[in-house]
Design a protein. Structure first.
Length: 358
């Protein structure tokens, strides 16, 4: 049996616990493991990682059962998301990390993925906001069943986000009729978008997910340059053309020094709603090849499933509607993957203290 005589003994033992979202020697990262005055060992994950917390809890229990560590050792496991630097840019007040979800072309399921990713981060224990910046097809209000909502303002300058499915959201779609926004030209659209980001009175958030307008043009470039983005996730589908476009998306972020977290292949395979059979109707291996060739991580391969579309159409995305389903689990897994990669590739900075006078 291991007797803990120092924090180093504890971290050496904890480092035996492995998970794809953890690096080797993870427990030695500063501020991760500590011992309280009463002797409780606390492990605080610096990213949204409820899945790993649960697995670590089970591992500790099994270690105690097997008498590898004292049965009376007390543990407190939790997540406290660390804010990460966004290059030289000033952080957005109250928002620890901004993740943009983008695609080089429309219709690949970017918004569906952004909404379910935001809910997945929430399922991993984070407080999450969702900004719909898809000016040409603002779909978040519909996807969250909030089309009748409007952000309120108490000072005439800031907007309070609309709360739906536990997410704090704002969207061009809440503010102007769809046909108005769709005809805005480049500079006007970029200005409206950065205004909506800056003038929303976000509560303290661990992550703000931004559903970007599709494409790799001026609007996207300006947005990526103006907003303090921590990392970008590029959505694609398995067809060769879409993959070629995804490369364009990755290089756009490289150009403006926004770190790319990775690529998500949506509609990777079809899950039959009758028998559960998985079928790769658009072929296989394309995204994996691309990921290897361009050294961009492949974050997830998401299924094409009728329930994903039906849930979204009914205003309750799959992760909220049926969190235990196979489809929802792939989004929750994606969220943990994104959160952990953001953390490991980022630079933690001091937490801001936000004072609000509203
Ligand atoms: N994995 C999936 N399984 C089933 N249906 C999906 C999936 N992903 C997206 N869809 C459906 O495909 C359609 C297009 O998705 P979505 O609106 O998310 O795409 P988008 O890339 O954001 O499009 P746009 O660029 O036009 O905003 C929607 O009807 C959505 O419900």
């Amino acid at each position: 049996m291991i007797r803990f005589e120092s924090v180093a003994d504890i971290t050496r033992w904890l480092n035996q616990f492995e998970h794809p979202w953890l690096h080797e020697e993870w427990a030695d990262t500063p501020n991760w493991v500590s011992v309280s005055a009463t002797g409780t060992i606390s492990v605080v994950f610096p990213f949204a990682a409820a899945t790993v917390v649960e697995l670590l809890e089970q591992w500790i229990f099994s270690q105690q059962q097997a008498n590898h560590i004292p049965a009376e050792a007390k543990f407190a496991l939790s997540c406290r998301v660390a804010p990460l630097a966004a290059g030289e840019k000033q952080p957005l007040r109250g928002v620890k990390n901004i993740v943009v979800v983008s695609s080089a072309k429309g219709g690949v399921g970017k918004s569906t993925t952004a909404v379910n990713l935001a809910l997945g981060l929430q399922a991993q224990g984070a407080k999450v906001g969702l900004l719909d910046a898809d000016i040409y097809g603002p779909s978040v209000p519909m996807m969250l069943g909030a089309t009748d909502e409007k952000p309120q303002s108490t000072d005439g300058k800031h907007m309070l986000p609309v709360e739906s499915c536990g997410l704090y959201t704002n969207s061009i779609g809440y503010l102007v009729p769809a046909e108005n926004a769709a005809i805005w030209r480049g500079p006007m659209a970029s200005k409206a978008l950065s205004q909506i980001v800056m003038e929303t009175w976000w509560p303290d958030l661990d992550y703000l997910v931004i559903d970007m307008p599709p494409g790799t043009g001026d609007i996207q470039l300006t947005l990526a340059q103006q907003i303090p983005v921590t990392g970008a996730v590029v959505i694609t589908t398995p067809q060769d053309l879409a993959l070629a476009d995804a490369i364009k998306g990755v290089s756009m972020f490289n150009k403006v020094d926004v770190p790319v977290v990775g690529v998500v292949e949506n509609m990777s395979y079809h899950i039959c709603s009758q028998c559960g059979h998985h079928e790769p109707i658009f072929g296989t291996g394309g995204a994996e090849r691309m990921a290897k060739e361009y050294a961009v991580p492949l974050l997830a391969q998401l299924p094409l499933h009728i329930k994903i579309r039906e849930d979204i159409d009914q205003g309750k995305p799959t992760v909220a509607a049926s969190p235990e389903s196979e489809q929802a689990q792939t989004y929750i897994e994606l969220a943990g993957n994104v959160a952990s990669r953001l953390y490991w590739q980022g630079t933690p900075v001091a937490e801001q203290i936000t004072i609000r006078t509203m």
